[in-house]
Design a protein around this ligand. Structure first.
Ligand code: PHE
Length: 449
């Protein structure tokens, strides 16, 4: 049986929570959330998102963490121990999912690094939308691969240092800075004239704006934003010590993820409104619309550096968590050393990522079911692979191994409090009924997309 190495442990509860929050807070929160909220009617999207986060979402976070801590190995080992041999393939699928996600996630991570570098050189902002569009076009069809390489190198370098010295240290250092800077940016953005309209847009709820599509989109987004269904929290859970109370740690992760998304909305939307631009500008929002705003702000070049730094940190910490799933698998199941595992992943990810990167340039007419390679991978991973994994976790933890999971969820040292029977049955209910419902609904939304 495989056992994790003794060094593979978070040294503190805070370090673990920040690493898990670092995974959750990623391109989803900063890149996707503002434009999805914009496109889905603001509050009509945000309220269901909050609701799903604190019901089915957080319960699935707890389930993945419990599965990981009782498995004490890779996602495959966790599934094997909790569900028996028949469920090993689910663990394998989680490893595959995280690997595929990382291959294209790193492409966008590379763009973030490129924009950070441009901002540092004072070149990110421009008043002219055509110049900005051209610059973005040049990046995604040309220098893409070099930036992919650089981004993957940063991710792998952190991973080589290990769970405590690499991932935990980096997250403990970067996540508080990230939050401070985001609060500063939000405050600055809210001081811009016209930001009241934005606040009303984001938070004034009216039933007439709620559409079934907005609700389904909110479900899908909750799932992605909490890093569910990719084996990440299972893998991170394996490094948590037995004195940590899992339900409250999961709650913290959910609160931080939600805060980051709302902050990103507060940073981006007022600026968009203040300059009369469209809030539903799509994925180009942070790379094309925002630089236009930076050019008009006083101190805009500093604001640009801070913003792209936050975006880069968010992408980096999420990418690191995705890589850890495959690294833990290679270490535990194939007996690789950490270094060899990271190196192998780097090479494979660079090749696979380059294919996605090229789909923006020379290979953009190579379509799979009408989608570019990048879009196809994103579509399959977020709508199907992640949801199947999510269902498997809900089934194994909520039904098959529930007594064991209950024990795991309530295990903690006495000074960290107790998990009451009521809490456990609420978690059980959420896991058995709400979570599968949310997962299936987001899969259905994907089918329609
Ligand atoms: N939660 C991350 C984000 O919002 C994405 C992610 C998904 C990370 C699944 C890990 C696993 O960007």
């Amino acid at each position: 049986m495989s056992v994790p190495t003794s060094s593979a442990q978070w040294s503190t509860r805070l370090g673990f929570i920040l690493a898990a929050a670092g995974s959750a807070i990623g391109l989803g929160a900063i890149w996707k959330f503002p434009y999805w909220a914009g496109a889905n009617g603001g509050a009509a999207f945000i309220l269901p998102y909050i609701l799903f986060t604190f019901t089915a979402g957080v319960v699935l976070v707890m389930a993945e963490l419990a599965l990981g801590r009782s498995g004490r190995g890779s996602a495959v080992e966790a599934m094997r121990r909790a569900g028996g041999r028949g469920f090993v393939w689910c663990g394998g699928m989680a490893v595959l999912t995280s690997f595929l996600i990382l291959s294209y996630y790193a492409v966008v991570g590379g763009w973030c690094a490129a924009y950070l570098a441009e901002a540092l050189m004072g070149e990110a902002a421009s008043q002219d939308p055509e110049v900005l569009k051209m610059r973005f076009g040049e990046l995604v069809s040309g220098r893409n691969i070099a930036w992919l390489f650089a981004f993957l190198a940063a991710v792998c370098l952190t991973a080589v240092f290990g769970v405590h010295r690499g991932i935990e240290r980096l997250s403990t250092c970067l996540m508080p800075i990230f939050f401070l800077l985001m609060v500063g940016l939000a405050a600055y953005s809210l001081l811009l004239p016209g930001s009241e309209a934005e606040l009303a847009y984001l938070f004034q709820f009216s039933w007439s704006t709620v559409t079934p599509q907005a609700i389904l989109n909110a479900m899908g987004f909750t799932f992605f934003s909490l890093s569910l269904g990719a084996g990440v929290l299972v893998t991170y859970g394996a490094y948590v010590n037995k004195s940590t109370r899992l339900p409250s740690a999961a709650m913290w992760v959910a609160i931080l993820a939600l805060q980051a998304a709302i902050l990103a909305g507060l940073v981006i939307m007022p600026a968009v409104f203040a300059y009369g631009l469209e809030p539903d500008a799509g994925p180009g929002l942070v790379f094309i619309t925002l630089p236009m705003i930076f050019a008009q702000l006083s101190g805009g070049s500093i604001v640009a550096v801070i913003f792209y730094f936050c975006l880069f940190v968010a992408a980096l910490t999420s990418a690191i968590s995705l890589l850890e799933v495959a690294v833990a698998f290679l270490q535990n199941e194939c007996r690789f050393s950490r270094r060899a595992a990271v190196f192998l992943c780097f090479a494979a990810l660079f090749i696979l990522g380059s294919v996605s990167a090229l789909s923006f340039g020379p290979w953009n007419d190579c379509l799979i079911f009408g989608r570019s390679i990048f879009d196809f991978l994103d579509y399959v991973c977020t709508n199907f692979l992640m949801t199947i994994n999510g269902l498997a976790v809900a089934f194994v933890v909520g039904w098959k191994a529930w007594p064991k999971a209950m024990k795991e969820l309530s295990t903690c040292s006495p000074e960290n409090g107790v998990v009451t029977k009521g809490t456990l049955s609420a978690i059980g209910f959420g896991l058995r009924w709400l979570a599968p419902l949310m997962v299936l609904a987001s899969c259905w939304q994907g089918l329609e997309a």
